[in-house]
Design a protein around this ligand. Sequence first.
Ligand SMILES: C[S@@+](CC[C@H](N)C(=O)[O-])C[C@H]1O[C@@H](n2cnc3c(N)ncnc32)[C@H](O)[C@@H]1O
Length: 445
Amino acid sequence: MKGQAQATATDNRMAASMAQQVRHHPRRHAAVRTDEYLYSQLIPYIGNKRKLLPLIAQAIAKTGIEDGTFVDLTTGTTVVARLAKTLGFRVLANDWEPYSYEIALGTVTLNEPPAFASIGGANKVFARLNTLDPMDGYIARHLCPVDDENPDPERERMFFTRANGGRIDAIREQIERWDRAGRLSAEERAYIFASLVYAVSYVSNTSGVFKGFHHGWGGKTSTALYRILSRLTLRPPVLLDNGQDNVSTREDVQQLASRLPDVIGERPDIAYLDPPYNQHPYGSNYHVLNTVVLWDKPPLNPSILVDGKKHDKSAIRRDWRTERRSPYNHENQALSALQSLVASIEARWLLVSYSTDGNIPLMDLLGTLAARGHLDMVANSYKRYRVSTPRMSPKSHNVEFVAVVDLDAPPSPDRVEPIARAILTREAKALSQAEEINAGQLSLV
Ligand SMILES: C[S@@+](CC[C@H](N)C(=O)[O-])C[C@H]1O[C@@H](n2cnc3c(N)ncnc32)[C@H](O)[C@@H]1O
């Protein structure tokens, strides 16, 4: 998590300089450093593209589009939408997870901090929320031990210290009171939520996903104790003004794809798709973030032990185990979902991030894209992402690539085989070298 919470200086420099090199936008915010905006308060997230921003900037540059409209169809942390903003694009950021939508509204749609006129300004709002006394509310009672010094992981959930759980409750109840009194606009609420969701992730006693928690603060190694035991504090999100009317939506991408011109008033120049690659459903993995945003307080027994048996240890809302199940999480549904999205999408260019160990076989993926237009690609090889324990796959590296499709050009089935070969050659090379390769990038013209 520490690694995720702090992008390396090299990554920051590469993406920021990429943003600077590609084009200059006259209204790009001078007061905020581009990389400060890009990496500010990004939640740790499976499949996030923080490290791949230089590759994505390269894919965007291949389109030759400048100052157009960019749609991030599955925005997650919003880091790619933020990159597009720094490049001067007008941006639509979409994701069907509520926490992601709030982050997008609070950090991508907004160009400057909202006024918070009825509460006396942003400084007052954040100062008030950071000085509330902790309270014994839903989070403290259900997701925290009674005594931080003597937790009992056999009976108690340990997602947060009781002290921080009480702070989350106090902050969230205060937001609710302001909201009910009509003192917050949707943008103002989202600006606070973007900060709260990050702070909640930061102090959580997890490895970044909320399917489980460490037994004992910080787990066996206790390496993350510095953040888990730190006092939850909200910081106002860093924003960047691209001088554009940016938009955020919370829709199923399968429905949204064909309606993009209706939603933003024009056919977008670039639509970027970064679907889930594997079986991990986001709604379950980040259920606590959704609960904090929605304040739905799903009914739970405060103790994990009921009649001597363990129940609802992960506290995942029952309906979320089936609701918002993405077809991209399933090997037998992912390809047909991609086919229908690609067939219906209304955009000038389509960019798709995928990897060689995703649910959709490489040839099928490339074939689907080439059927809609001229196919191109940029690729790089990476160490495989591991949530906490090594997965069973023997592969230590995979290739992450961005397919670039010119949707106004004729289909290009003859491009599939050479592009697939280039990707697989790169993977074989990375596996044989068995070391992280970040430098050389491959591009088929
Ligand atoms: C690989 S993650 C995107 C990561 C993102 N590019 C980033 O860098 O943070 C995939 C995202 O797709 C979203 N998603 C999955 N299925 C979806 C659907 N049918 N409609 C909208 N969003 C969906 C998930 O909620 C998740 O945030």
